[in-house]
Design a protein around this ligand. Structure first.
Ligand SMILES: Cc1cc2nc3c(=O)[nH]c(=O)nc-3n(C[C@H](O)[C@H](O)[C@H](O)COP(=O)(O)OP(=O)(O)OC[C@H]3O[C@@H](n4cnc5c(N)ncnc54)[C@H](O)[C@@H]3O)c2cc1C
Ligand code: SF4
Length: 550
């Protein structure tokens, strides 16, 4: 922590809420442009010296993520069911947010992702729509993100990739055994494998060392600073300006607005649970695809009785999340997949929707191993393996080094009924209403997941797997990709923010994170979240410079 200290009574130029993937971009861009910025982050400010390779702490317990004992979440499939306590979502809760512990897949959207409604038409039962921007609008900002953060990949290797103005700043990471077998098999099948674009340094970059392939990557913080989180890449640049204060352990409970309908700052609980009001000329909400919606709903006033920026009634609606299908397999020889990052090869051959399949959908498929020893023993073994005794022990030893999975990252259709609301009964440790998630997959999403799982089986067979088994496709885990709850659009009646993430209702309030997504593309949202943040920041700097936000 090395930035300035502002007093809560000082009206800073920008108050950013949430220091995650998007919040880090806002902090850096706004501070570098000369503005005074305070970033309120509910989680702690940890650095590499605080991390360890403790599987229990980071994968079974919420070492770096939201803790449902403190901030419970309830879940129901639809509004007719009672909501039950459940960890339905997971996100990074610290400075750096989800960019600290994420798997670091860093995919750009395809050009078609921005206008799929025009391409494929209506999908019944959904609010399937085009984005108000095109890939070309976002391309310069994808490039800026890749260079600012440090992304490894091979431009042109994916024949389905949208045009790019520059190659990746760093070459791809070394291929793993899973990638070698996957590449060979998918080529045999006439598909087009390519090196996974990763937010991990394959070579030293801007004062940070390259990845040492420690293997404790997904769900862990990187002790080398080689994972390109906002924590180690751009937040230090924001602080170095002397104009950005990152204030950890600051849990925002309300964005305050005045009688003119403008945001004036936010009230938060500090580490001692004292309530503090931080004044600001403009507020940028970057609390993620679920928490941003919750905060707007909590920020009711006489002028905004449905919640702030919610005249459309759409805040919290159209929740889209982490749809994927897994197929796991055991091979004859050791693959030793426990080393390095999780993913090194991907295909996008099945990415585009194809009406001939009879449903809307598509997906990317990657080759990976995302188990650590204890998790593997509990959840990673084949379904017919013994669960106790010496044979169980022997098989864990044999299978751990010989197992890998294919994961399909798939579509999640926007439906108004899938939502984030405030639970009327359950409260968090600060007395605020818990998040209540209502979510049910669209039948096309399920059909798509099953179809992709069949493709995964085909590939694994050609790879020479000895035994293959699936995981059920519906809600295969807690969701980590949170999208859609403050959707972007031109029409204030059908969206919450405009094409530069400014709320339609409150001129000096922006929402910039996964909540802006109109459609889900094929998951791996972080590259697009950060590109949108760079674009929104450009707009904010212009608007603030001409005094529009004062
Ligand atoms: C295990 C795992 C693996 C993942 N792998 C990938 C991947 O490979 N590729 C990919 O693209 N994505 C991946 N993701 C998702 C990725 O982490 C998110 O898409 C991304 O971090 C979202 O960015 P964001 O800025 O919207 O929100 P976040 O990064 O979640 O940042 C929001 C921040 O706001 C803070 N906050 C929330 N509410 C408040 C409040 N009331 N007051 C103050 N602060 C608040 C949070 O603590 C958090 O730090 C993964 C996630 C997980 C959990
Ligand atoms: S595998 Fe590489 S990027 Fe991941 S935590 Fe280890 S050193 Fe860091």
């Amino acid at each position: 922590m090395s930035g300035p200290k502002f007093r809560p009574g000082d009206a800073v130029d920008f108050l950013v809420i949430g220091a995650g993937a998007a919040g880090g971009v806002m902090a850096k861009e706004l501070a570098i442009a000369g503005f005074r910025v305070v970033v309120l982050e509910q989680g702690p400010y940890w650095r590499e010296k605080h991390y360890s390779h403790d599987e229990i702490k980071y994968t079974f317990l919420p070492g770096l993520t939201n803790d449902v004992k403190l901030q419970p979440i309830t879940f129901r499939a639809n509004e007719h069911e009672p909501a039950k306590l459940m960890k339905a979502i997971e996100y990074g809760r610290q400075v750096g947010g989800g960019s600290v512990h994420f798997t670091a897949n860093y995919w750009r959207f395809h050009e078609s992702d921005f206008h799929e409604r025009s391409l494929y038409g209506e999908v019944p039962g959904t609010a399937f729509a085009d984005w108000p921007i095109t890939y070309a609008d976002l391309e310069p900002y994808y490039t800026k993100a890749e260079y600012d953060l440090g992304i490894s990949g091979l431009a042109g290797a994916n024949p389905f990739e949208a045009p790019r103005s520059k190659p990746y700043p760093l070459p791809p990471l070394p291929v793993k055994s899973s990638g070698v077998l996957f590449e060979r098999a998918t080529k045999t099948l006439g598909l087009h494998p390519y090196p996974a674009p990763m937010a991990v340094l394959s070579q030293p970059y801007r004062g940070r060392p390259a990845c040492v392939h420690c293997g404790f990557c997904e769900s862990f913080g990187c002790e080398m600073r080689a994972k390109s989180s906002t924590l180690v890449s751009i937040i230090p640049e924001a602080e170095a300006t002397g104009r950005c204060e990152i204030r950890p352990d600051s849990y925002v409970r309300k964005i305050v607005s005045d009688a003119r309908g403008r945001a004036t700052g936010a009230v938060y609980f500090d580490a001692k649970r004292r309530e503090i009001f931080q004044r600001a000329k403009a507020v940028v909400l970057c609390a993620n695809g679920v928490e941003s919606a919750k905060l707007l709903l909590l920020s009711k006033s006489n002028l905004f009785p449905q919640g702030l920026a919610n005249s459309s009634g759409l805040v919290g609606k159209h929740l889209m999340w982490d749809n994927g299908s897994f197929a796991t397999a055991v091979f004859e020889h050791p693959l030793n997949e426990y080393k390095s990052v999780q993913v090194t090869r991907v295909i996008h051959d099945y990415y585009a929707a194809d009406p001939k399949r009879g449903f809307y959908g598509g997906g990317g498929i990657d080759a990976r191993f995302n188990f650590y020893p204890a998790g593997f023993a509990l959840y990673g073994m084949p379904p017919d393996a013994p669960r106790w005794g010496s044979e169980y022990k022997r098989l864990i030893g044999t299978y751990f080094t010989r197992t890998m999975s294919l994961l399909a990252h798939a579509t999640s259709l926007p439906m108004e009924k899938n939502s984030v609301t405030l639970d009327p009964d359950v409260k968090d440790a600060w007395g605020l209403p818990a998040v209540r998630i209502t979510f049910e997959n669209h039948p096309d999403d399920i059909a798509n997941l099953n179809w992709l799982q069949e493709r995964q089986y085909e590939i694994l067979k050609v790879m020479g797997a000895k035994k293959i088994w699936p995981q059920p496709v519906e809600m295969y885990s807690t969701s980590v990709h949170l999208m859609g709850t403050c959707r972007m659009g031109r029409d204030p009646k059908k969206s919450v923010v405009n094409s530069v993430s400014r709320t339609h209702d409150v001129p000096n309030l922006f929402v910039v994170d996964g909540s802006n997504f109109v459609t889900s593309a094929r998951q791996q949202p972080t590259a697009t979240i950060q590109a949108l943040a760079y674009r929104a920041a450009d707009h904010m700097v212009r608007a603030a410079t001409i005094g529009e936000l004062a």
